[in-house]
Write a protein that binds this ligand. Sequence first.
Ligand SMILES: Nc1ncnc2c1ncn2[C@@H]1O[C@H](COP(=O)(O)OP(=O)(O)OP(=O)(O)O)[C@@H](O)[C@H]1O
Length: 660
Amino acid sequence: MTQKVETAVKDASNEVPEPSRPSKPRKLIKSSRDIALQFLNEQEDIIESKKTIKPQDVKKGNVWMMGSARVSLENANLNPKVVAALKSMNVTELFAVQRAVVPVVIALSSSGSPGDICVGSPTGSGKTLSYVIPIQQILSTSRSTKLRAIVIVPTRQLASQVHHVFSKFEPFTNKKCALLNGTLHFNQEQEQLLSTLTNGELEWKVDVVVGTAQRLLQHVKETPGFSLEHLRFIVMDEVDVLLSEDSVQGVRGLLDAYHNHPVVARKHYRAQIAPDVPLPVPHLYARKILCSATLTAHAGKSEEARLFRPQYFTHTGETSDVGSTSLQFNTTKYAVPTTLRQHMVTYDPNYKPLYLITLLIHPKIKFFEKDRRILCFVDKNSTAKRLSELINMAHQMNVIQTNAPYDPKNKICATFETNFKNNQREAMLKQFEKGYFKILMCSDVMGRGIDIDVDTVINYDAPTHLKTYIHRVGRTARAGKKGFSFTLLENEEVEHFKKKLESRVQMSQDITEYAISIQKLESIKDAYKNILLRMKKGFKRGTNKLVLQDEQEPLAQAQQEQETQHKQSNDHYDNHHHHYQQEQQGYDDGYNYQSNRDYNDDYQESYHNDGGHYDHHRNKYDNQSYNNDYNNDNGGYVPYQGGFQQYLQEKKQQSKYNKY
Ligand SMILES: Nc1ncnc2c1ncn2[C@@H]1O[C@H](COP(=O)(O)OP(=O)(O)OP(=O)(O)O)[C@@H](O)[C@H]1O
């Protein structure tokens, strides 16, 4: 990371109930800090940090900061096998969050000291390796194979991704990781986990498991020998989702299974009554590591997570002087990557898709010239599907021009459907990364943790929650790369959105308004009309399939048909409308959003657990915006025919920003 990043660590132990007996001075916590400081001081390029870390800061505020000194892998005191694995992944130095978290976790775990870890740093800052590295380091010292680490994540997709990171270490450290997310049948998953010895005993075949809470819990209940008693790490990635109302049952079940195990219960009793005396055998303690980009020091969740003496790590994300004593340790704000440039685009709900197309072909952005990859978030599968068709049609009709001509087999836009099977999802993401298509329409199932190389995020449907926004836009500007986001908002939403963002999010760059001029809209209105015509003709009635017209069919013919249609009586129109609604119903059913079960398993942001609402438009989104979709007869198409000029005039007068 080239920019200066500050990392602060806060001992949040006052947020959990103190152990019942009076505790001795916290030597071990101190010593873990000392070890971590020593780790820093050993670095060649630490001069800047030495200047800026003041011992009194550490003592006074229970907060200490690290400078932006880089730590090369050679200087990170890691096991050579772990270093070799990291190098094979092109990791040559540790990112800020890893520099902060890795030495502390290793120090605590090596000395057998209890104490859980909470990591709240921006999207794309490298939180995954901040727990994978210490797990690999600690496990690489043990020869026996037992289940030592369990990583709980909210989505199947994220489970695959984290499993992939662990599996890259396997050739070097020989520590095996199993994926338990339902990609395989349950009994196939079971076969990966344990084998039966000749004496009938069960033996673990893996050291780490990664999975969704429900699936892991199913294994705890149904897989013989699946015991959590030897765990040394319990990781909860995207912990705020895991502990939200919709997902917490699974996590609760897993934590019950761990804490209620008699051996574990004894260990924890021992840690409670004598927290500063190291356990005789260091590995008799499972450390919890909680991560999320939207985790603040309000550890309201610690009760549910049953944390013990948590230490809280957070990036401030600021670039101000590291040594400044006036620097406030702000634990109530979220942070977005400093390399992210955020934009708002105001739109008129009657012409929302037109705004999207206009944005995509905007000469300043040059999306397609520069071969950018775009992730576009919508709230419904059906909207995603329809927008994909619209964009592909716009490409086919040359309204959207790219480097490559239209190819029916290789369209520029695809839909990531929530009812895809796991292997379909992975195949689609691979294709996207390889550039087979440029735009991926998706829902919030892609909003959390997914690490793909995306240049731009478009929020076609603005999210109703601030947290959701932070995670969605965080799919770009990852690992220090530049990224852009565009959020479509109605005029009256803009101020509210902006205020909310400014008050709750630490941003190094202001969010800018990106105006789409009326001239620009005008310039493609005819083309848009033709696209809609084609689209309407293209939907074969009674089916979900889009049947494209013959490439050679003159547009004039389609236009003529449209005129005829408009000369027909109102009655006829109403019939048509009715018919079309029915058809649409069938279409939506075909792409049913998700069963509740799936949705819960995958990811659902809890409305109750989010402090960052800007939600008074929620109903409006639910009830209105989708109805204005382009292939709804009352939406973009008919008003467009009747009142476009008038609309433009009104828009000119109404515009707050006077940019039209
Ligand atoms: N030290 C490093 N050197 C180079 N690349 C790294 C390093 N650490 C992480 N990365 C890369 O940075 C990207 C983002 O990392 P990661 O997915 O762990 O971010 P995150 O903080 O978990 O984000 P999110 O909050 O969105 O889940 C990944 O592609 C990862 O491979």
